[in-house]
Design a protein around this ligand. Sequence first.
Ligand code: SF4
Length: 153
Amino acid sequence: MENRPCILVSACLAGYHCRYDGSSNLVPQIKDLVTRFQAIPVCPEKLGGLPVPRPPAEIQGGDGFDVLEGRARVVDKEGRDVTEAFLKGAQATAELARTLGAKVAILKERSPSCGTRTVYDGTFSGCTRSGCGVTAALLLRQGLQLFSEETWR
Ligand code: SF4
């Protein structure tokens, strides 16, 4: 099919109000990619069944690769273990990438799902650590090239 979209983008970067607090992280140029059918928006946390709004969550004990390996977990600010929802969302996003033949994704930095280079460190203090989110880790394993809103240009 001609002009088939082959870029996944974090839906919040395209202006969808899917962040934990019901807001977005709009980057107008990324929204334009979606409007022009050059990119497909996806929110792994919503695909994992989490609601909007929801308590913020962070990875504790590692990064997304550690979560995939069962060495770390994702916990929300109220202390609930939401690891299963994050894994489900990552798997659904990876499946979508396979179906679309996507080779590239532009994802929201520092998110426990979408972070490509850094994520919050699990202390809910605003501090970060190097490493990627759960969905980003699975997409990297699948061979996608990842960018963030800070590196995609
Ligand atoms: Fe945005 Fe990704 Fe968080 Fe969804 S999971 S709100 S797309 S950063």
